[in-house]
Design a protein around this ligand. Structure first.
Ligand SMILES: NC(=O)c1ccc[n+]([C@@H]2O[C@H](COP(=O)([O-])OP(=O)(O)OC[C@H]3O[C@@H](n4cnc5c(N)ncnc54)[C@H](O)[C@@H]3O)[C@@H](O)[C@H]2O)c1
Length: 356
C-alpha cells in the first residue's frame, strides 16, 4: 500500500452531502486512511478537510486522481461528473467507488464498466441498501428459505425533494425521483433475487408543470415501475419527492411460505416527545416537535459504513467486488430506470437489457 501507514489511501471527490457520508464511514474503517479531498469550492473544501483531518486538498479532481497515495477515488460529485471523474481515475490506474447513479447515460455507464475491466481495476457501485444491516439480515432470512420462493417485492424510497441544485436539471442529473431514489429498490431487487429484470412498465409525472408538487424540477417528482424478473418474480419499485415527514424507505418481500417487511428509516427503537424540538431526527425530516422516531446512526443503518469498509477490504485483499456492488450492477440498475422512462413515454413494456 502506498500510504505511509500501510492503509488503503482514499481520495474523496465532492465535499458536501455524500462526501460526508463517505468520510464519516472511512473514518470508522481501521484499514482506510483519507489522504486527500477535492471540491471546486475552496471554502467548503477547507471546512471538510479540517473536519475530517484530511491533509491534502485539491480544487481539480484531475490532480487528486494522480496523487500517488490515493488507492481508491470515492466519487461524491453530482451525477453528470461521475463519468469524467471515474474515467480520469481509471486512466491514472486508481480503483473507484462511485455514488449512484453510475452515470447519467447508459453509454457512459457502459464505457466506464469496459474501461475498468480492461485495466483490471475495481469499479465499485455504491448501492448502500445492499449493505444496510436490516436488509442484509432480511436477505439472510430469505436465503435460508424462511419465506419460500420470492413471488413479489414492493420497495420504495421517498422524501420531500433533493437538497442539491444539480438534481433540478436533467442535463446535470439524468432523471428525477425514480432515478435518484428508485435506483435503490431497483438495485436491491436484482441483488436479493439474483435475477435480471426482463420487462419494465412504468408511470412517472412529466417534470415541471406536470409534476405533483415540484413545478421547478425538470425530472419527475413521482415514479413507479412494475418489474418482471427472468424467473417471473414481480416487483413494484417507487421513488417519490412528495413525501412529507422525513425519508421513508420500505421493503416488503412476499414469498410462497411467508413475508418479510423492513422499515429502513422509521424503525428506530427510540421514541421522543418534545414540545421544544431538537437538532436532528432523520434524513429530510423538517420538524422535531411532538412525537418523533430519531435515527440512531444513519451512517450505519443505511449501509454506508459497512459498504465502504467492504470496498476497502476488496482493495486491500484484492477480492472480487460482491454481486450487487459491481460496475455492471450500476449499469443494469441505470438500464432499469431508463427502461422505465421509455415505458412511461411510449406506453409499452420495455426490456432494459435491450438498452445496454
Ligand atoms: N447513496 C446515497 O444514498 C446518496 C445520498 C446522497 C447523494 N448521493 C449521490 O452523491 C452524489 C453527490 O450528491 P450530493 O447530495 O453530495 O451533492 P451536493 O450538491 O451536496 O455535493 C456535491 C459536491 O460536489 C462538488 N463539486 C461539484 N462540481 C465539482 C467539480 N467540477 N469538481 C470538484 N467538485 C465538484 C461540490 O462542490 C460539492 O462538494 C450524487 O451523485 C448523488 O446521487 C447518494
Amino acid at each position: 500500500m502506498p500510504t505511509k501507514s500501510g492503509k488503503v489511501g482514499i481520495g474523496i471527490v465532492g465535499a458536501k452531502f455524500a462526501g460526508e457520508l463517505h468520510a464519516t464511514s472511512y473514518a470508522r474503517c481501521a484499514d482506510a486512511e483519507m489522504v486527500a479531498a477535492c471540491s471546486n469550492r475552496p471554502e467548503e473544501l477547507e471546512e471538510f478537510t479540517a473536519r475530517f483531518g484530511i491533509k491534502k486538498s485539491y480544487l481539480d479532481y484531475r490532480e487528486l486522481v494522480k496523487d500517488p497515495e490515493v488507492d481508491i477515488v470515492s466519487i461524491c460529485v453530482p451525477n453528470f461528473l461521475h463519468y469524467e471523474v471515474a474515467m480520469a481515475a481509471c486512466e491514472a490506474g486508481k480503483h473507484v467507488v462511485c455514488e449512484k447513479p453510475l452515470a447519467t447515460t447508459i453509454e457512459h455507464a457502459r464505457e466506464m464498466v469496459e474501461a475498468f475491466e480492461k485495466k483490471g481495476l475495481k469499479l465499485m457501485y455504491a448501492e448502500d441498501w445492499n449493505f444496510a444491516p436490516a436488509l442484509v439480515r432480511a436477505k439472510q432470512i430469505v436465503d435460508e428459505g424462511a419465506i419460500g420462493e420470492i413471488l413479489y417485492i414492493r420497495a420504495k424510497e421517498s422524501h420531500n425533494g433533493s437538497h442539491s441544485p444539480f438534481a433540478q436539471k436533467l442535463e446535470y442529473c439524468g432523471g428525477g425521483a425514480l432515478l435518484h431514489l428508485g435506483c435503490h429498490p431497483a438495485a436491491f431487487v436484482r441483488y436479493i433475487t439474483g435475477q435480471e429484470v426482463v420487462e419494465v412498465v412504468a408511470s412517472v409525472t412529466g417534470g415541471l408543470d406536470e409534476n405533483l408538487v415540484h413545478k421547478g424540477l425538470e425530472g419527475e417528482d413521482f415514479g413507479v415501475a412494475l418489474l418482471t424478473l427472468a424467473n417471473g418474480t414481480r416487483a413494484v419499485i417507487e421513488g417519490n419527492y412528495v413525501t412529507q415527514g422525513g425519508m421513508d424507505d420500505c421493503v416488503e418481500i412476499y414469498g410462497t411460505k411467508g413475508v418479510v417487511k423492513v422499515d429502513l428509516t422509521f424503525g428506530s427503537p427510540i421514541s421522543v416527545y418534545s414540545s421544544v424540538g431538537y437538532s436532528y431526527v432523520l434524513e429530510k425530516a423538517d420538524m422535531s416537535t411532538g412525537w418523533t422516531k430519531p435515527a440512531v446512526d444513519e451512517f450505519y443503518s443505511l449501509g454506508y459504513q459497512t459498504e465502504l469498509a467492504e470496498f476497502v477490504r476488496c482493495v486491500k485483499e484484492d477480492l472480487p467486488v460482491p454481486q450487487g456492488a459491481r460496475g455492471i450492477d450500476g449499469l443494469m440498475t441505470l438500464a432499469i430506470i431508463k427502461a422505465a422512462y421509455q415505458s412511461a413515454v411510449e406506453g409499452r413494456p420495455v426490456d432494459p437489457r435491450d438498452l445496454v
